[in-house]
Write a protein that binds this ligand. Structure first.
Ligand code: PLP
Length: 389
């Protein structure tokens, strides 16, 4: 049985072009970008070129890109760095949405638990959409940062970030706005100005780049306090010798992502809609989650009554389908999704299924996956004695 990988929202395979570009930096090219000799200068030039490519894809200036170890570090740098830099002067109040990735939500809660921040968590509607007006009313004179993700990793709902940013600044013109755009690179248009944000997080491995590298884009003049101090790399914003191979790969991946974005998005949307139709026929009671009108291309998410996520994923794995419940961290464990809980799914929050399509997904794979999901659901429901099974 051919395995079908439908977990691109967890991570994507390395694009062959990306692999070819980064391999020399794991071999004959090994200079430290901070060294003044030729090997160092060559590495510096490669990092600079990658920075230009990432900036072009993210819609910002090169100097606004801070390379990090990934999306989690970028989110941490945004929240902790802004609070540390501006908190004493402007206040300690943070506003985040209830559907944020753990990298934002847990960080915000940790800051609040240690009294370094006061936190307001704004809810969402049944499709996962955050109301800009609600964000606006949560903002106070002492709010220092608002963080609302561009596209949700569990249900794919795309937020109206420009409207959220505008609403946030009505109450407090000095408030900074961050968006976690980790799932959006290569799938949605980006741009600091277009989105109206001051800070934006990216991760290479969600866009066919390597794992362990990402970036925080910080608008010129916005200087989050560094959370890693040392040699002063990244213009004093993030110390540590650069992950040159990773950064080179990220640059190529970002360029490809942007070039292929619109063609890929329409193909992914077509395949996702076919998969959703097939599953509606194959699985009694399955319910799509997320916003049908504004969602990430290729991300299909559902609740499957009578099927606990961990049981369903185990059977799907046996049947050769790599899927997930929601975020990679919680898949495989019997943990109910905080996103679905915020969306009002109650007990069904423990019955999530996410199938995320990617660049190499074919129509044949979609048909096979639908058939196997149907078989897996029947098996799980039979095992648990679900009434309609
Ligand atoms: N933010 C979102 C929306 C994500 O989906 C992820 C990864 O799952 C992250 C942040 C964390 O990124 P990384 O895996 O690069 O640390």
């Amino acid at each position: 049985m051919e395995p079908v990988y439908l977990d691109h929202a967890a991570t994507t395979p390395l694009d062959p072009e990306v692999r070819a570009a980064l391999l020399p930096w794991l071999g004959e090219r090994f200079g430290n970008p901070s060294s003044v000799h030729r090997a160092g200068r060559q590495a510096r030039a490669a990092v600079d070129e990658a920075r230009d490519r990432v900036a072009a894809a993210a819609g910002c200036a090169s100097r606004e890109v801070i390379f990090t170890s990934g999306g989690t570090e970028a989110d941490n740098l945004a929240l902790r760095g802004v609070l540390e830099r501006w908190g004493p002067e402007r206040g300690r109040h943070l506003v985040v949405s209830a559907v944020e990735h753990e990298a934002v939500l847990t960080t915000a809660r940790t800051l609040a638990a240690s009294s370094r921040a006061e936190l307001t968590v704004v809810g969402c509607d049944h499709s996962g959409r955050v109301d800009p007006a609600e964000v606006g009313s949560a903002v106070r004179p002492d709010t220092v940062l608002v963080s609302v993700m561009l596209a949700n990793n569990e249900v794919g709902t795309v937020q109206d970030v420009p409207a959220i940013a505008t609403a946030a600044r009505v109450g407090n013109p000095r408030v900074l706005v961050h968006t976690d755009a980790v799932q959006a690179l290569g799938r949605l248009p980006l741009g600091l100005v277009e989105l109206g944000v001051d800070l934006l997080s990216l991760s290479a491995h969600k866009a066919y780049g390597p794992q362990g590298v990402g970036a925080l884009v910080a608008r010129y003049g916005v200087f989050p306090a560094p959370q890693l101090t040392g040699g002063g790399q990244e213009r004093d914003r993030r110390s540590g010798t650069e992950n040159v191979a990773g950064i080179v790969g990220f640059g190529i991946a970002a360029g490809l992502a942007e070039r292929r974005r619109s063609a890929e998005a329409s193909e992914l949307t077509r395949l996702a809609s076919r998969l959703t139709d097939l599953l509606a026929e194959a699985v009694h009671g399955i319910e799509p989650t997320g916003d049908p009108a504004g969602r990430l291309p290729g991300l299909c998410s559902f609740v499957v009554p009578g099927c606990r996520s961990d049981l369903l994923l185990a059977v799907l794995d046996e049947l050769g389908v790599c899927a997930s419940a929601g975020s990679a961290c919680s898949s495989g464990a019997a943990v109910a999704s905080h996103v679905l809980a915020a969306m009002g799914f109650g007990e069904l929050a423990g019955c999530a299924l996410r199938l995320s399509l990617g660049r190499s997904t074919t129509g044949v794979q979609v048909e096979a996956a639908a058939q196997r999901v149907g078989a897996a659901v029947t098996r799980v429901r039979r095992g648990t004695g679900w009434p309609a099974g």
